[in-house]
Design a protein around this ligand. Structure first.
Ligand code: ZN
Length: 223
C-alpha cells in the first residue's frame, strides 16, 4: 500500500519581519520555486501613479514621484484585485483595484519635513496605508508647498522591484537546508510564504490542464 507522505516543514523562528523554515525534507526545486515566487510573484501594494498638483519644493516632480513609489503599503489581498485581472478592465481602475491617497503639505514660517504619515486615504474604512509613518518624503522650506494625488495598486515584483514583497534565500548549515524570508512591510512573512505556495499550486494546476488539453488534441488527431 502506498502511503501518502506529508511534506515536513518546520518553523525555526518567526517574528514580524522574518521567518526561517527548515526545508531539508522538501525537494530543493520546490523550495527554490517558492523562493522565486516570493521575489517575483506575490502581489503587494505600491504607488503606481502620482498626479502632482503643486510642487514648489527643491525636489523635481520625477524624483518626488520616484521616492513615493518606493514606500511599501500594508497590502490587502482580500479586498483588492490586480488591475490587469480586475473585472472593470478600466485604465483608471475601480474601487476594487485602485486606492486613492492625497498628500498635502505646506511650510508656513518654519521648515517642514513631510513624512509618509502625511499620506491620507481619500475614503475611510480601508486597511491599506504606508507600512511606516516615519519615512521622510520631502523637506519644505518656508513658503514651499506640495499637493498630489497618489494611486496605489497591487502589482508583482517581476513588473517592478517596488512591488517586491521582500527577500527570500535558501542556505545550508550542518547538513540542513533553511529558507529565510524577510518582509519589506507589505505582508507578514508567514503570509508571503502561504501566498507563494498558493501561486505555485495554481501554476502546477495550469501546467497539468495544459498537458491534458494537448493530449486530448493529439489523440483526436491521431485517429
Ligand atoms: Zn477594477
Amino acid at each position: 500500500m502506498i502511503q501518502k507522505q506529508r511534506t515536513k516543514l518546520k518553523i525555526i523562528s518567526e517574528d514580524a519581519e522574518s521567518i526561517t523554515l527548515d526545508v531539508t525534507d522538501i525537494p530543493q526545486p520546490l523550495a527554490n520555486a517558492l523562493r522565486r515566487v516570493i521575489i517575483k510573484e506575490v502581489p503587494t501594494m505600491a504607488v503606481e501613479e502620482v498626479l502632482i498638483i503643486e510642487n514648489s519644493s527643491v525636489m523635481t516632480n520625477e524624483v518626488l514621484a520616484h521616492r513615493i513609489s518606493l514606500i511599501p503599503f500594508i497590502t490587502d489581498l482580500e479586498n483588492f484585485n490586480i488591475a490587469e485581472e480586475c473585472k472593470c478592465q478600466s485604465r483608471l481602475g475601480c474601487e476594487k483595484c485602485v486606492v486613492r491617497f492625497v498628500l498635502r503639505a505646506e511650510a508656513l514660517n518654519e521648515p517642514v519635513t513631510v513624512y509618509s504619515r502625511d499620506i491620507k486615504p481619500e475614503r475611510t474604512g480601508i486597511s491599506v496605508a504606508p507600512f511606516s509613518g516615519d519615512i521622510p518624503v520631502v523637506a519644505l522650506a518656508p513658503g514651499q508647498k506640495v499637493e498630489m494625488e497618489l494611486y496605489v495598486r497591487l502589482g508583482r515584483g517581476r513588473k517592478h522591484t517596488k512591488w517586491m514583497a521582500g527577500i527570500a534565500t535558501l542556505y545550508e548549515e550542518n547538513n540542513r537546508r533553511y529558507f529565510y524570508v524577510e518582509s519589506f512591510g507589505f505582508l507578514p512573512p508567514r503570509r508571503m510564504v502561504l501566498e507563494a505556495a498558493k501561486i505555485v499550486k495554481t501554476k502546477i494546476r495550469e501546467i497539468e490542464e495544459g498537458l491534458k488539453e494537448l493530449m486530448k488534441y493529439e489523440s483526436a488527431n491521431a485517429g
